[in-house]
Design a protein around this ligand. Sequence first.
Ligand code: CTP
Length: 400
Amino acid sequence: MKIILGITGGVAAYKAADLARLLVNQGHRVRCILTGAGARFITPLTLSSLTGEPCYGANPDQGEWRANPSIEHIELARWADLVAVVPATANILGKAANGLASDLLSTVLLATRAPVLWAPAMNTGMWEHPAVQANLTRLRSFGHAVVEPGEGILACGEEGSGKLAEVAAIAEAIQVHGTPKLPGLSGRRVLITAGPTREDLDPVRTLTNRSSGTMGIELARAFRDAGAKVRLVLGGDGPAPWGVETTRVRSAQEMLEACLARWADSDGLVAAAAVADQRPEAVSPEKVKKGDGPETLVLVRTPDILAQLSAARRPDQWVLGFAAESENHLNHALAKLKKKGLDAVLVNDIQGGRGFGAQANTLTPLTAQGPHPPLGPLAKDQLAQAVVQWWAQRLEARPD
Ligand code: CTP
């Protein structure tokens, strides 16, 4: 994505440098526009060094407007896929809400047709003032996104709301707001299971598996970016993605209960979790002592979450499952598709440890019509986007 990062005059301006670097590392192109006040907190040289692009706007060496034969604010407004203002002061919010354009950043904001995102930061009294809140309401009515500030000790010494949101959260919000929404998924509620489950033997021992949960977490992000309202039921310790309602669970039974509570008002299910198929017959409340001679662990089956939700589905709900196979992939996956009554299975070849914990992966979608061209090999974030695009196209083609 081509991102314009507007930086206005607040102490948090230094955090914009971190954000610029993060966005560049994620593969985006970033051009910064500094306001006059912003340039008192951070230098154009810092920003152009981090982004590899010129820094625009207030520049002590060149003045506010550079001598340039092109019409800079229009060029920048057209160049951008998204404009983010981080940090945004009460002043710039007020100007943009009222269509004022007195410097490069405010003229770009007025001229651009790209999505706009604000990450405000200011003193609590200013943030809570009805004028600022009314301006934000107006900006939201234009379709702009706002990453609300958090609470904490502010630069002015006061404690309260007004602290710039975390840089990682702003980067995620930029990703969400800048990704085109897919018809068929936009506004839909998608339930996703992810990660390993843990079945306890006693207070210190657990049966689990090698799943990192990354694929399910990336799918949650990709469905979110496509416009879906995502509920993630997550086993393991993977990070909860921004903007996704995440419920953490431990065992397969807990995962089932969390899913059942959310299934009736969901439009679709993606079962990406590596659910333990067995659990110890009993959980010992005390640490089990070692005995003499051979020891036997009695295991019983856990509930099949995907099968149970699929059996309880309405005709308008869709269900996607995964199949991790090390041999005879498509036949095993087809058997799962039929047995569990799925719309599609994403087949993961795990021969030789592939897939689990790996950075790149390939998934072959399989429907009742047969296998589809494989997606990948791709990094898991891109693979998740490919899965979402593939599924959104099929949803669009589906008769109502
Ligand atoms: N699944 C589930 N609940 C379980 C087991 C699996 O929801 N208790 C889901 C997984 O999230 C995945 C699919 O079912 O979407 C995998 O099906 P499964 O038949 O369990 O495949 P494998 O785990 O590969 O098991 P098998 O040993 O039968 O190959």
